[in-house]
Design a binder for this molecule. Structure first.
Ligand SMILES: [Zn+2]
Length: 340
């Protein structure tokens, strides 16, 4: 996270969260630890950065937003504010864990005391990456909070935090905005034409959708989907397609696949106007859904979701894709009358 000072324009769908935070602050009711949760791409880090700037600024405006030009804002922008601390995974470590040493440093009393007389802000991100001893160490800090310190825990999977840590934080859920609000915002930030597909693929999270528009991922998805369609139609070898899939980022690929199967099931359910994750592919999906057996389809979707949750290692991925595609072809053959 980069905490720049500067004139603030909060993301429109974060306004309610901001008002809650500002009111609590004005009333002197800020907790010692806030757990900021929400889907990837809804703006948790934007919100946390605004909070940090606001708490450290010497003269926030009437909305509680940082002024951007006082000395405190300048120090923060330069990355040298002594009362701002960010804790994340050890850059050297492959495990991506937040380790106990990082938290122990925090527990030392001097690091919890504000040097410049205002608040002390500590951001822990991503909080679910704390290993067990780091979480234990944090618990001690949470049990003996220092009055001027606010801990901001950013977390996409709060279920992975120990209950003891969660129960000592106040949770602030960053919502997914309404589709119309998100689309309006996206249209102002990208020239990409089909913003609705971007947004659906991002499960409604606008920042994730915007990232998709920028990183060329939609053309990869188009290729993978074309391959999937051809495999389903029996004109492409599933083993060859599995090798092509192995070139993509696995969590993304399995997310696409689960999205296609979910849409096929929605279309097969006979609902007149199902809300699809892939509205741009509706014609191809409708063709494939025509004789999908819903029971087998649901079982297959579960297998894809299990595969995604298991985070397959590089060594197992190709085998996994082969097995998923071969199973899919078998299902397709079963439902085709008079095969070959
Ligand atoms: Zn300021």
């Amino acid at each position: 996270m980069t905490v720049h000072g500067g004139t603030e324009t909060p993301l429109p769908w974060l306004r309610n969260c901001w008002v809650l935070f500002s009111r609590a602050r004005m009333a002197g009711r800020l907790p010692h630890a806030l757990l900021i949760t929400g889907l990837p791409g809804v703006g948790k880090r934007h919100l946390v950065a605004s909070m940090a700037r606001s708490l450290l600024c010497a003269q926030p405006d009437e909305h509680g937003l940082a002024c951007g030009h006082c000395r405190e804002c300048g120090l923060l922008r330069a990355g040298t504010h002594p009362d701002f601390l960010e804790i994340g995974p050890d850059a050297e470590s492959k495990s991506n864990e937040i380790r106990v040493d990082a938290i122990r440093g925090l527990a030392r009393s001097d690091s919890l005391t504000a040097h410049r007389g205002g608040h002390k802000v500590v951001v822990l991100d991503p909080a679910q990456n704390m290993n067990a001893s780091a979480a234990n160490s944090l618990l001690k800090t949470l049990e003996e909070p220092s009055p001027e310190t606010l801990l901001l825990l950013v977390c996409e999977q709060p279920g992975r935090l120990p209950a003891t840590v969660r129960s000592r934080c106040q949770e602030l859920k960053v919502p997914v905005p309404s589709e119309s609000e998100a689309l309006e915002w996206l249209r102002r930030h990208t020239d990409f034409e089909d913003v609705q597909t971007l947004l659906r693929l991002a499960h409604g999270a606008p920042l994730k959708a915007l990232a998709f528009a920028k990183d060329g991922r939609l053309s990869q998805r188009a290729l993978a989907f074309a391959g999937f369609t051809e495999v389903t139609g029996g004109i492409r070898d599933p083993i060859a397609e599995a090798a092509a899939w192995n070139e993509y980022e696995p969590t993304i690929l399995l997310e696409w696949l689960s999205g296609w199967i979910s849409d096929l099931l929605r279309l097969a359910s006979g609902h007149p106007a199902p809300a699809l994750i892939n509205p741009d592919k509706v014609e191809d999906l409708r063709n494939m859904a025509r004789d999908l057996d819903p029971t087998a389809g649901h079982r297959y979707l579960q297998q894809v979701l299990d595969a995604r949750a298991s985070q397959p290692s590089a060594a197992n991925r190709l085998l996994l894709y082969e097995s998923l595609l071969v199973r899919w072809v078998r299902m397709s053959r079963l439902r085709t009358p008079n095969p070959g």
